[in-house]
Write a protein that binds this ligand. Structure first.
Ligand code: PLP
Length: 402
């Protein structure tokens, strides 16, 4: 077995600390625990707009959706995606040459890295990070190189931190923008500096934009692929799971220059097979009529505010106001280790949150709380009050005064 697989654990032979692996989730639900460790918007409410459900069902009934689409994705879906990408990312893409549809963006992230990373190649990843970025690099035989980021810099690591870690083996920078878990929407000026570093050193960039909308407080979402010199060296990986709330469809896509895309098209059957046909029909309907996105964005903002109000002034903790999506990232290091405080919240507040340690070396001492679940904002308000009360109690137990 390769080292990455030797190291991997799926929980069959022991306790898995992370609360988002198959059986662990069912067990939590059975015990009446509120799941806030699962980046699945509005889980477990039913959130799909009616016209989207209808289109998916119609595709099955008509017989179209019971067959494969082309492995590289439905041409109609790609045409709709191209319009959406122009509007959201300001990128002009040829739907037939610059896009591939993937079964969710997790597989897209892996596929984007695969052509470029050989044994020993170094992949720069901002820490804390979506954990797949580290594991994907290792599965490809590469070596993740962590670039630490801190709240004091609003999680924008100085570009010198990348420079310092550059070696002959550096091949790629993975940029999760907006970031999971910190929710950081990277500012244009900083991205321009990173882009210059990438171009100067002839690196490839994988830009994970699964959380590209909604972003809050008038912040600008800048696609790094739109910056000078970046188009031809960036694979932008996107998803319909997060802001669009269509996680169960498993539809994502990669945007890239046609010379890169030709390689992805040429290996699509081997690597991804094809994306679910009925889901693609539903995705087309969602993109054609996206009025519902406004309501979703408003709901995510409401939830962000509910969560932030509940967490912002707890003694011994600190957090930045979430900038995007539906996550809160809170420093609880004065109250114990990430694992201890997560376990405490499970017992005291009946809420399963993520231990920050799971997100990298900089994550120890933090918690990730997915405020995009539960099903309604009223439910969220109740559980956030329980979390607040539990953290205040924990602070008192630690002798930290309010
Ligand atoms: C940062 C980030 N990228 C990508 C994904 C993958 O999402 P999906 O496969 O549903 O598109 C996730 C899922 O949690 C994520 O958090």
């Amino acid at each position: 077995m390769t080292p990455a697989f030797k190291k991997a654990e799926g929980g069959l032979f022991g306790e898995v600390g992370k609360a988002d692996v198959g059986d662990a989730v069912s067990a939590l639900k059975e015990n009446g625990i509120q799941l806030m460790s699962w980046a699945d918007p509005f889980y477990s409410g039913s959130s799909y707009p009616e016209h989207v459900i209808e289109a998916a069902v119609r595709s099955l009934r008509s017989g179209e959706g019971v067959h494969y689409t082309m492995p590289i994705g439905s041409p109609e879906l790609k045409r709709e995606l191209a319009k959406f990408i122009k509007e959201y990312d300001g990128l002009e893409v040829d739907p037939m040459r610059n896009l591939i549809v993937t079964p969710g963006s997790d597989s897209g992230l892996f596929f984007a890295m695969l052509p470029f990373i050989e044994k020993g190649d170094e992949v720069m990843v901002i820490d804390p990070s979506y954990p797949n970025n580290l594991q994907n690099a290792e599965i490809c035989g590469g070596v993740p190189v962590r670039i630490p980021s801190f709240a004091k810099d609003c999680y924008h690591p100085p570009i010198e931190e990348f420079e310092k870690r550059l070696s002959e083996k550096t091949k790629m920078v993975v940029l999760t923008n907006p970031n999971n878990p910190t929710t950081t929407v990277y500012r244009r000026e900083w991205l321009e500096g990173l882009a210059r570093f990438i171009v100067r050193n002839d690196l490839v960039c994988v830009a994970d934009q699964a959380f590209e909308f909604p972003v809050f407080d008038g912040l600008e979402m800048t696609a790094i692929a739109s910056l000078p010199g970046m188009w031809e060296r960036t694979l932008t990986v996107c998803s319909l799971s997060k802001g669009m709330g269509l996680s169960g469809f498993r539809v994502g896509y990669i945007i890239a220059d046609d010379r890169i895309m030709d390689k992805l098209h040429g290996t699509a059957v081997s690597v991804i097979g094809a994306t679910n046909s009925a889901a693609q029909a539903g995705a087309i309907a969602a993109l054609k009529n996206r009025e519902f996105l406004k309501a979703y964005a408003a709901e995510h903002l409401r939830r962000r505010d509910i969560a932030y109000e509940a967490l912002k002034d707890i003694p011994g903790t600190s957090l930045l106001k979430p900038e995007s999506g539906f996550l809160s990232w809170i420093d609880v290091s004065a109250l114990g280790s990430s694992d201890e405080v997560a376990a405490y919240l499970m017992n005291e507040a009946g809420a399963a949150v993520n231990s920050g340690a799971f997100y990298g070396e900089q994550g120890e001492g933090f918690l990730r709380i997915v405020h995009g679940t539960p099903g309604s904002s009223e439910e969220l308000r109740r559980v956030m009050q329980r979390i607040r009360a539990a953290l205040i109690k924990r602070a008192r137990e630690k002798g930290i005064a309010g």
